[in-house]
Write a protein that binds this ligand. Structure first.
Ligand code: DX5
Ligand code: ZN
Length: 238
């Protein structure tokens, strides 16, 4: 599975969103957009209109992390806005199977996200019907929090379960990922790395993104897996 870097713009300068994305485009595969509703999490960020506004400014895969109480309701507007993938929190879903099918039916790659304390069992029954699993390594809602090492065994268990299925399912980490914690995520088997503050909080976000790109590719097998340099459009889930 190709490893992907997904900078999160949550803590970027949102008044210059397109410019901030441009800074990291060369190093990044995906752009991670945190959609929050002030209800599922105590923060309120962006939604379909901002995704639509950003869409003409980048060819990159737009990876939308939905931290909202009713993610299914947002799917049609996000698909219309040009999102490529959505991760819905399993804690917010009454019927994950239906939600995953709804996303797929709209042409979206579909993922399930879990809070740090949510067991992996909630997601395992759906592994054949999804494209991405996201075990959060902080409580969702804010950037700049400390990575929760207690999630590492869950990431490793997810990696094993995905490998057993033999399907191309991404395993994403999000929250407190930085130069110190990223190697632990690689070791546990993650292959999609969301990085917010460690990129956009750096003096030179472009250089920081490039350094993470190298760190990701240097991990065992990374360089080999990336050879053949997929074009931006080929860098979907899977
Ligand atoms: C937090 C968001 C993250 C956030 C990560 O709920 O889901 O995507 O931007 O930021 P850092 O990398 O600073 O933890
Ligand atoms: Zn996120």
């Amino acid at each position: 599975m190709i490893r992907r870097l997904a900078p999160s713009v949550l803590n970027a300068d949102l008044a210059q969103l397109a410019d901030q994305v441009r800074l990291v485009e060369e190093a990044a595969d995906w752009i991670h957009l945190d959609v929050m509703d002030g209800h599922f999490v105590p923060n309120l960020t962006l939604g379909p209109p901002v995704v639509a506004a950003l869409r003409p400014h980048t060819g990159h895969y737009l990876d939308c992390h939905l931290m909202v109480s009713n993610p299914e309701a947002l799917l049609p507007a996000l698909a219309e806005a040009g999102a490529n993938g959505v991760s819905m929190h399993v804690e917010a879903l009454e019927d994950p199977e239906r939600a995953l099918a709804a996303a797929a039916g709209l042409g979206l790659d579909a993922g399930l996200a879990l809070k740090p304390d949510t067991p992996l069992d909630t997601v395992l029954p759906h592994l054949d019907d999804l494209d991405l699993v996201l075990p959060m390594t902080v409580d969702p809602g804010f950037g700049g929090q400390a990575f929760d090492d207690r999630v590492l065994p869950k990431i490793a268990a997810a990696a094993r379960a995905i490998a057993e299925r033999g399907r191309p399912v991404g395993l994403q980490v999000d929250g407190g990922v930085n130069a110190a914690t990223l190697p632990r995520c690689l070791e546990a088997g993650a292959n999609v790395f969301v990085i917010g503050t460690a990129i956009f909080g750096a003096d030179d976000p472009a250089a920081a993104a490039k350094a993470f790109r190298e760190l990701i590719d240097r991990g065992s097998g990374g360089l080999k897996e990336r050879s053949g340099s997929p074009s931006v459009n080929e860098r979907g889930a899977g």
